[in-house]
Design a protein around this ligand. Structure first.
Ligand SMILES: CC(C)(COP(=O)(O)OP(=O)(O)OC[C@H]1O[C@@H](n2cnc3c(N)ncnc32)[C@H](O)[C@@H]1OP(=O)(O)O)[C@@H](O)C(=O)NCCC(=O)NCCS
Length: 200
C-alpha cells in the first residue's frame, strides 16, 4: 500500500458524519464499520449491568440488527456518541417507543467505554438529544427509567432538568436481586425553563 493509500484508509477509519454537532462530542449516524465496538459495549460486564443486556451478543447478530433497524425510523432513533478529540465512537444514545400522536418518547444512553464515565459526556449527549427531540422531532415529553443504584444515570437526568415521576418497585433484576427503578420525565416546557435558568 502506498503512503497516499494508507493515509486515505486512515482517514476513512476516522471519518465521521456528524448529524448533531456538540462541543466535545458529536452525535453521528451508526456505522457498520464500528460493529465490533457496539458488540464490545453490549458484552462489557460493567456497561451492560443496568442496560439489562443479559444475552451474549455476536458481531453477526449486531450486523443483522443494524440492517433491519435501518428501515424502522418510525419509532426509533439511534446515534453514536462520537468523541471529537479522540476521533472514535464511545457510546450510543437515542429515543425509542416514539409516540408521534401523543408526542413523547423514551430516552436511552450508554457510554460504552468506562474510562469516559464521569467526564460530563453523558450530560452533553443528552442535552443534544433533547434539543433534537423538542426542536426537530417536535416531541412534547421525554421519559426514562433507571435503577435506583445507577447513580451516574439518574445524575445525568437531574442535571438536564428531568423530574422524578415515581418509583417502580422491584422493576429490574440485577445481580441476583430485584431493584427499584426511578422514572423521570422532561416536558418541553420544563426543558425551555431550565435552559433559561442556565443562561441567567
Ligand atoms: C450512566 C452513564 C450514561 C453516565 O454517563 P457519564 O458520561 O458518566 O455521565 P456524566 O459524567 O455526564 O454525569 C454523571 C454524574 O454522575 C455522578 N456519579 C456517577 N457515579 C456516582 C457515584 N457512585 N456516586 C455519586 N455520584 C456519581 C458523577 O459524578 C456525575 O455527576 P457530576 O457531573 O455532578 O459530578 C454511563 O455511566 C454509562 O453509560 N453507564 C453504563 C450503561 C448504563 O448504565 N446506562 C444507563 C442505563 S440503560
Amino acid at each position: 500500500m502506498t503512503k497516499k493509500e494508507e493515509k486515505s484508509t486512515q482517514n476513512e477509519e476516522t471519518e465521521e458524519f456528524p448529524f448533531i454537532r456538540g462541543s466535545r462530542i458529536d452525535l453521528c449516524p451508526r456505522n457498520s464499520k464500528y460493529a465490533n465496538l457496539y458488540v464490545k459495549w453490549k458484552n462489557h460486564p460493567k456497561v451492560r449491568k443496568y442496560a439489562r443486556n443479559i444475552i451474549p451478543r455476536t458481531i453477526d447478530e449486531q450486523k443483522k440488527r443494524s440492517e433491519s433497524r435501518s428501515e424502522e425510523f418510525s419509532d426509533f432513533v439511534l446515534l453514536d456518541v462520537w468523541h471529537k478529540e479522540d476521533k472514535k465512537p464511545i457510546g450510543q444514545i437515542g429515543l425509542n417507543h416514539i409516540d408521534w400522536i401523543n408526542g413523547w418518547a423514551n430516552a436511552f444512553l450508554q457510554i460504552g467505554e468506562p474510562n469516559y464515565w464521569n467526564k460530563d459526556i453523558g450530560t452533553e449527549a443528552t442535552e443534544l438529544l433533547m434539543e433534537y427531540a423538542f426542536n426537530e422531532l417536535k416531541l412534547n415529553k421525554i421519559h426514562g427509567g433507571v435503577a435506583v443504584d445507577n447513580i451516574g444515570s439518574w445524575s445525568v437526568a437531574g442535571k438536564i432538568g428531568f423530574v422524578l415521576d415515581g418509583i417502580r418497585k422491584h422493576e429490574m433484576y440485577v445481580d441476583g436481586k430485584y431493584v427499584d427503578a426511578k422514572v423521570f420525565r422532561l416536558s418541553k416546557e420544563d426543558w425551555i425553563k431550565s435552559r433559561e435558568l442556565k443562561e441567567d
